[in-house]
Design a protein around this ligand. Structure first.
Ligand code: NAD
Length: 494
């Protein structure tokens, strides 16, 4: 069923959008407008005035003031309560937020409801739980006592200050919430810059944050293209950058942060993730799960597998079953609850994926797909191709789309070498019922996350991040605390 947009969503889309600064919508004085395009139709659904340098200053100043005053006065216990209240409001306004995400990103309404919005609340509650559990340690110094004096020492974990959070277009609300939750629970304040393609759900979230009792200035939103992100990073009052996006932008962001003020930066970047099906893998189970994990949100998920290494004894079976399943996928509008596969998120990305298709049609055996879908919007077919060999560029370049490339392997040392033959190191999965084999392979794989008999599952209690070019730092678990706090050492002679 094709759903109808809620009246509140229609009214929200019609507003004049820009930034959210110091607790209220703030319309940039700039005349330049960015059209927000619905990828299902290619038509504009909203207009946005991007932030000017003056707006960046206002947003950071407001975050500094909230950090030193209003948010600093909120006890850790009360911080946790406020974040839990915001999680409640995300659920109460879940349909509205899901629809806003869907019309801007082309993500299926089911995914927007049951993953993006639902998990935003789950992650926020997880972060809220940390509020009263962040602390330092006591130490026993080794300094000898000359005249009977004694020494003691302890550490304090202090919030770093204003965080600049920069977010991509694939899960704007959820990735925004990850950064917002980590910043606010540690006592920091935050200025978020969403992607210019998906600016709306975080603007709505900022309004809900005020309703939840989070003080004005603690959570600001600046909208615009990369230049706004760059100005934000370079602002002298920003103490930390938390970036999620592509490797080239991540490198530019890391350099800009260093050059600005030695500003600390965590970078969650791209991947070219491998799934390895060993000879004993349960083929039906693996195919059903890979269908979900590789093609969810049209493959526009950083953690999704794009490389499939399959033991030669089962490769025929796997490609035949996966290809058949892809041919049955219902392609349709993301607002249609029956559709399983929707459009790519924007025209630039659609053009990039068509480029991969052209190369695949020329060089590879296409098992299924590698074609555009003839309809308005940015639709393509879910795609499965056979690699020409281990050096096939399709096994090495991130497509960030629904393009999976398969290569058979014979022995496990060859498999490990192929998995690690990548500049990226975000995620990997091993599919086997032989636990000894899995446990022997896991330490050899260069990736921030290794799954066994599953792929593309994030949980707030499990740290997530990349090795090699896939990034620096970890989100979730307790790992995020180090990145958002400064360690102060105190020594006392008595
Ligand atoms: P992108 O790098 O083009 O943009 C990400 C954000 O950075 C956007 O908000 C953009 O406006 C901003 N930006 C662009 N140039 C900038 C600059 N010079 N300074 C500061 N900010 C700048 O990425 P994208 O196309 O939005 O997202 C897709 C990429 O994100 C893929 O490579 C994907 O793998 C990656 N990603 C990684 C994770 C992860 O957790 N590791 C999660 C989601 C997406």
């Amino acid at each position: 069923m094709h759903i109808t947009l809620l009246p509140s969503v229609v009214a929200f889309l019609a507003r004049d959008h820009s930034n959210f600064i110091d607790g209220a919508a703030h319309i940039s004085v700039g005349e330049h407008r960015i059209a927000v395009i619905d990828p299902a139709t290619g038509e504009a659904v909203a207009q946005l005035r991007d932030a000017q340098a003056h707006d960046v200053d206002l947003a950071v100043d407001s975050a500094v003031s909230a950090f030193q005053n209003a948010w600093a006065r909120v006890s850790p216990y009360q911080r946790g309560i406020a974040l839990n209240r915001l999680a409640d409001l995300i659920e109460i306004h879940g349909e509205e937020l899901a629809q806003l995400e869907t019309v801007c990103s082309g993500k299926s309404i089911n995914l927007a409801r049951h993953l993006e919005v639902a998990q935003s609340a789950v992650f926020l509650r997880y972060f809220a739980g940390w509020a009263t559990k962040i602390g330092g340690q006591t130490m026993t110094p080794s300094i000898p006592s000359i005249e009977g004096e004694q020494y003691t020492a302890f550490t304090l974990r202090e919030p770093v200050g204003v965080v600049a959070a920069i977010v991509p277009w694939n899960f704007s609300l959820m990735i925004g919430v990850w950064k917002l939750g980590a910043a606010l629970v540690t006592g920091c304040t935050v200025v978020i810059k969403p992607s210019e393609y998906t600016p709306l759900s975080l603007l709505r979230l900022a309004e809900l944050a005020i309703e939840a009792g989070i003080p004005a200035g603690a959570f600001n939103v600046l909208n615009g293209r990369g230049q706004v992100g760059q100005q934000l990073i370079e602002h002298p009052s920003v103490r930390k950058v938390s970036f999620t996006g592509s490797v080239p932008t991540g490198i530019a962001v890391g350099k800009a942060a260093m050059a600005a003020n030695l500003t600390r930066a965590t970078l969650e970047l791209g991947g070219k993730n491998a799934a390895a099906l060993l000879a004993d893998a349960n083929v039906d189970d693996a195919v059903a799960r890979l269908l979900q994990s590789a093609y969810v949100h049209q493959g526009q998920v950083c953690a999704s597998p794009e490389r499939l290494y399959v033991h030669r004894s089962i490769v025929e079976q796997v490609t035949q079953k996966l290809g058949a399943a892809l041919s049955q996928m219902v392609i349709g509008s993301p607002l249609d609850e029956q559709a399983q596969f929707g459009p790519l998120a924007n025209k630039a990305h659609y053009d990039k994926i068509l480029g991969f298709f052209q190369r695949a049609q020329q060089n590879n055996q296409v098992i299924y797909g590698a074609r555009a879908v003839e309809r308005a919007g940015f639709y393509v077919e879910p795609t499965l191709v056979l690699a020409t060999g281990k050096d096939d560029p399709l096994l090495h370049e991130e497509t960030f789309g629904p393009v999976v490339c398969v290569l058979p392997f014979d022995d496990e040392q060859e498999l490990v070498a192929m998995i690690n033959d990548s500049p990226f190191g975000l995620t990997a999965s091993i599919w086997t019922n032989d636990l000894s084999k899995a446990l022997r392979l896991i330490p050899q794989i260069e990736a921030g996350t290794v799954w066994v008999n599953m792929h593309t599952f994030l949980d707030p209690s499990v740290p997530f991040g990349g090795t090699k070019a896939s990034g620096i730092g970890r989100e979730f678990g307790s790992a995020f605390i180090d990145d958002y706090t400064e360690l102060k050492s105190v020594m006392i002679r008595y």
